[in-house]
Design a protein around this ligand. Sequence first.
Ligand code: AMP
Length: 307
Amino acid sequence: MSLVVVGTVAFDAIETPFGKTDKIIGGAATYSGTSASYFTNNIKLVSVVGEDFPKSMIEQFGKMGLVTEGLQVKEGQKTFFWSGRYHTDMNTRDTLDTQLNVLLDFDPIIPESYQDCEFLMLSNLMPRLQKTVIERMHKRPKLIVMDTMNFWMDTQWEALLDTIAMVDVLMVNDSEARQLTNEYSLVKAAQKILTMGPKQLVIKKGEHGALLFNKEQVFFAPALPLEDVFDPTGAGDTFAGGFIGHIAQSRDISFENMKRGIIYGSAMASFCVEKFGLERLIGLSQEEIDTRVQQFIDLVQFDIELV
Ligand code: AMP
């Protein structure tokens, strides 16, 4: 069993109502890979950084069980940089700056040792690069999950639709689902997206949970009501990592098992938001994760007798 995770490895600068960071380590693949590492080992990273990226973090990836043979380090270039500011509701944010830097001429190389991969997580990245990765796999993985964001809808529409058509599961947030389809109703938006290629769709709704659709069924999971939400950055990617990590570990791609994936993803995301950046996600214990999952079970369980 193996999982390839593709996406940005980045520097982020974040402002929330509770504080502000200078450049800290972020990136979609960083969050997804870290989160997935609690479920499965042998996670293979495909990404690129500049020479300004700390070697100690690459070593940290190794300690978490992420294989970094496919992480290119480009001398003389700068790492992808993203900066964002959250609104007081902490559910919405403005992107202040996106500097593609090293991503601009990134040519993803898939090492031979990655070719046996059964599960592919296309975390947020330029859609044409996500497509290149699919095309460079000698054998199509059993399940391809893709995450994307409004930035690519605004700038690379055609390439985005092309890539969406090739994947099994698409993950977007509610406003991105609306932007992608021009539909306000998420049910109508889901129906449209499910004609674009993906067989399953996950719509993330931040603190309001997540929906999983296929053509016949829908499943909803809440987010844990948390006392302190400090920084939502990476929550979507962390969610994706828990989802695909669980699926890769169980090797079961049924809708029923995806429901469990949604719960694991939501549990991991609930940790992510409690501190800035990756801080809360590194060094979690199995017991902490199990306790969170149990909280989800307790949150939604009720008895009812229909007469
Ligand atoms: P999330 O909060 O889950 O949407 O993910 C935030 C992470 O995505 C940050 O760590 C950023 O470095 C990264 N990111 C922001 N914009 C982009 C983009 N256009 N493409 C890829 N990754 C991005």
